[in-house]
Design a protein around this ligand. Structure first.
Ligand code: ZN
Length: 397
């Protein structure tokens, strides 16, 4: 038996980020392509038929593809400098579960697929869950095609270079999904606090991303008198501070500016433009919108004072997701009454939940850290996660 831990070890060196630590695996870059090849090779070894759909999501079918399929899987891309488990744990656990079921002589009674969704983190083109959003029609193909990466390459061009010439809503692929179960490392300490290895997902906090642009005047850091400056970094700094203030006033809210890009970005250069990305998650849409409005007002005021201009544009917004209660309860009962936990992290399962019954299994993460190199999952919890997925498949597939 290979096991999920052994599978994860096989890809341990792929996409290591020596500068940031952890892994940087972005859709269609060398590391992510290597992981795709690994997935294809691994599924073929299990006798599955694997092929990409029109949006670059990989589907590995155990038996004939068909409607009302049991689908499990996750993603292989990462945030910049992310952990080893966010995404790959769900894929490796799915492969390990199939292997174990095959060894036991189990054959699914309905179509069955392991899926890898593309660009789940949105780290390259800015929109999280891009593969599942495209598939389900949640983002129009034209808008996706125009998204650009840090090097200015468009998703349309990069996808075409990867052989995808027909990106967009995929009714056929969506219609095949009968239910989707995504196993994922927990991105918090809920299971550590409960001293349990596995939980079933209850809900995903509503969340969104906004892009803040501040335009000023690029100039020399040494020769430009303070009074002559129009420095966009000052309003950007106001945005960062306003973000924390606005979130702190609303219980349960989280708001973050984790990415800030000065252009041109030189130590002895006053930037001509600064872009910042605001990530907001809260209990209600009202709170989210209020936080964004507060930040936008703070940045606009600071921009006026500095002689700059600012704009705030919504890049994506996802309402709260409550996973299918029947499926949730059935899985929790099958697993002997494991805990049911909410999460503040977005997932492809959240996107698909608008169309088909979806469920999530969370696996204990001793540090509680995620989207950083310290993310982890202890060996016992990984094994328990695979066992939980095996039992879920036996029950539902
Ligand atoms: Zn993930």
């Amino acid at each position: 038996m290979t096991g999920a831990l052994a599978l994860l070890r096989e890809i341990d060196d792929v996409g290591r980020d020596l500068r940031r630590g952890g892994y940087s695996r972005h859709v269609f870059d060398d590391a992510e392509r290597t992981l795709r090849e690994w997935f294809i090779e691994r599924t073929q070894r299990l006798g599955l038929d694997v092929a990409p759909d029109r949006n670059g999501n990989l589907w590995a079918w155990w038996g004939e593809p068909g409607p009302d399929a049991f689908v499990t899987g996750s993603h292989l891309d990462s945030v910049p400098g992310g952990g080893a488990h966010d995404g790959p744990l769900g894929v490796a656990s799915a492969l390990a579960a199939v292997e174990e079921l095959q060894a036991r002589g189990f054959t699914p009674t309905r179509p069955f697929a392991v899926v890898v969704f593309a660009e789940e983190e949105g780290s390259r083109f800015g929109i999280a869950c891009l593969g599942s959003r495209l598939l389900s029609g949640a983002i129009p193909a034209e808008r996706a095609a125009g998204l650009t990466d840090a090097a200015g390459r468009s998703f349309g061009d990069v996808a075409a270079a990867a052989g995808l010439t027909d990106v967009g809503g995929d009714r056929e692929a969506l219609a095949r999904i009968g239910l989707f179960v995504e196993l994922h490392v927990e991105q918090g300490k809920g299971l550590v606090d409960l001293d349990a290895p596995v939980a079933v997902g209850a809900s995903i906090l509503e969340h969104g991303r906004w892009r803040i642009d501040v335009r000023g005047k690029g100039d020399h850091a040494g020769t430009t008198a303070l009074g002559d400056r129009r420095d966009p970094m000052l309003p950007a700094a106001s945005a960062v501070l306003a973000t924390r203030r606005a979130a702190a006033r609303r219980t349960g809210s989280r708001a973050t500016i984790g990415r800030l890009e000065p252009v041109p970005g030189g130590t002895n250069v006053i930037a001509s433009r600064v872009s910042a990305w605001l990530d907001v998650r809260a209990d209600t849409e009202r709170d989210t919108r209020d936080i964004v409005a507060e930040v936008a007002q703070a940045v606009a005021e600071a921009a006026r004072e500095e002689g700059c201009e600012s704009s705030v544009v919504e890049e994506s917004y996802s309402g709260e997701v409550r996973f299918d209660p029947q499926l949730r309860d059935r899985i929790a009962a099958t697993l002997g009454g494991v805990p049911v936990l909410p999460t503040g992290a977005g997932h492809d399962a959240g996107v698909l939940a608008a169309h088909v019954p979806t469920a999530m299994l969370f696996v204990r993460n001793p540090s509680g850290v995620s989207h950083a190199p310290d993310e982890g999952a202890d060996d016992a919890a990984v094994d328990a996660g695979v066992a939980a997925l095996v039992r879920t498949i036996e029950d539902l597939a």
